[in-house]
Design a protein around this ligand. Structure first.
Ligand SMILES: Cc1ncc(COP(=O)(O)O)c(C=O)c1O
Length: 322
C-alpha cells in the first residue's frame, strides 16, 4: 500500500476454517474462523502482520533499536520484542504500572526475548515514547518508534493486505462471509481491513468489537480509525456508513475479566479446542456469541471470527479464568 518492503516475520496465509461443533449451538448460522493466532512470532497474534511493515520501514531508515509501549500484558510488546530479536535489533518497551514481584505471561516472554523494560506507572499508551527515543539517540543509537498497538498507517498495511488474503481464501473455498467480528482496540487492524476490503473487493460487514472504552487525549477509536484511513490510498478511503463499531462489551474496563469473557473462553475451548485470550479475543468472541444468541443478525448468515491471538495473557490471568 505504501511501497514499504515488508520484512517477513509470519507464517502466512493463516488458516481459515469452519467451527462445526460450535455451529451446532447456533443452528441459524454458519461460523468461520480466521486463525491469526497462528501467525507465528512468539506464539502468534495480529501484531505479526503490522510488524512486517513496521520493521521493514525501520530497516529502510537504518534503525538499530525498536521502541514501543503498552500494558504489562501487551501482546504487541511481546511480538515487537520477538521481531527485534529476528531483525537483530535492540528492543525497549515502555510498560504501564510498576515493576511486579513476579513476571508472567507476555511480560515474562518479552523479557525472555531480550527486551529492556521501562515501567511507566500511569502511562501505558506510549505518552513519552519520543523522550526515550531522544535519550537513546543521544547515546548513539538509531531508534525507530512504533506507536501504541503498532497502529499507524505503516502498521495498518498488514491488515490492508490481510483483507486480500482472506478474499482469496474465501473465493478458493467457494465461501462468503456476511459478517466479520474481531477485537478492535488501537484501530490499526480495523483501518487496514476497512481499506483493504475496498481494494480487494471483500464484501462483508465489519463487526469490530471495541475492547477499551478509554479515549486517550479525548480521541475516540472511531476518530483514530478515520484519521488512519485519511492517510491511506485515495481510492480506498470509502467510509460509506461511518466507521463501524460494536459497543457495549467494554463496560468493565480494559483488562478486567468478567463472566462474559470467561464464558467465551470456555465455550470455544470446549467445543473446538481453540484458546482465546481474556483481554481482547474473549471479549470480542462474547460480543459475537451474544448477538448470535439474540438473533440480531439475519438467519442463514455466515459469520467469521478473526482470531487475533493473545495466548500468553491466559497465564497471567490464570486464577481468574477457570
Ligand atoms: C490479541 C489482540 N487482539 C486484538 C487487538 C487489537 O488490535 P488493534 O490494536 O489493531 O485494534 C490486540 C491489540 O493489542 C491484541 O493484542
Amino acid at each position: 500500500m505504501n511501497g514499504i518492503k515488508k520484512f517477513n516475520l509470519g507464517f502466512l496465509p493463516t488458516p481459515l476454517h469452519e467451527l462445526k461443533n460450535l455451529g451446532k449451538e447456533y443452528p441459524s448460522y454458519r461460523i468461520l474462523i480466521k486463525r491469526d493466532d497462528m501467525t507465528g512470532l512468539a506464539t502468534g497474534g495480529n501484531k505479526t502482520r503490522k510488524l512486517e511493515y513496521l520493521v521493514g520501514h525501520a530497516i529502510e531508515q537504518g534503525a538499530d533499536t525498536l521502541i514501543t509501549a503498552g500494558a504489562q500484558q501487551s501482546n504487541h510488546c511481546r511480538q515487537t520484542a520477538a521481531a527485534a530479536a529476528i531483525a537483530g535489533m535492540e528492543c525497549h518497551l515502555m510498560l504501564g504500572g510498576e515493576k511486579p514481584r513476579e513476571y508472567n505471561g507476555n511480560l515474562m516472554l518479552s523479557m525472555l526475548l531480550g527486551a529492556k523494560i521501562h515501567y511507566r506507572g500511569e502511562s501505558r499508551k506510549g505518552e513519552d515514547l519520543e523522550l526515550l527515543a531522544q535519550s537513546l539517540s543521544e547515546k548513539g543509537k538509531k531508534p525507530y518508534v512504533i506507536p501504541y498497538g503498532g497502529s499507524n498507517i505503516t502498521g495498518a498495511t498488514g491488515y490492508f493486505e490481510a483483507a486480500g488474503e482472506l478474499k482469496e481464501q474465501l473465493d478458493q473455498k467457494g465461501l462468503k462471509a456476511d459478517y466479520i467480528f474481531f477485537a478492535s482496540s488501537s484501530g490499526g487492524m480495523q483501518a487496514g481491513l476497512m481499506m483493504g476490503m475496498v481494494r480487494y473487493k471483500l464484501h462483508a460487514r465489519l463487526m469490530p468489537v471495541r475492547i477499551d472504552k478509554e479515549e486517550p487525549g479525548g480521541r475516540s477509536l472511531r476518530e483514530i480509525v478515520r484519521s488512519l484511513i485519511e492517510q491511506g490510498p485515495e481510492d480506498c478511503r470509502e467510509i460509506k456508513d461511518g466507521v463501524p463499531m460494536v459497543e457495549g462489551y467494554d463496560h468493565a474496563g480494559y483488562g478486567v475479566v468478567t463472566a462474559q469473557e470467561k464464558r467465551a473462553l470456555k465455550t470455544l475451548a470446549r467445543t473446538e479446542g481453540i484458546i482465546l485470550d481474556p483481554v481482547y479475543t474473549g471479549r470480542a468472541f462474547y460480543g459475537m456469541m451474544d448477538l448470535l444468541e439474540k438473533q440480531k443478525l439475519p438467519k442463514g448468515s455466515t459469520v467469521l471470527f478473526w482470531h487475533t491471538g493473545g495466548l500468553p495473557a491466559n497465564f497471567s490471568y490464570a486464577g481468574e479464568i477457570l
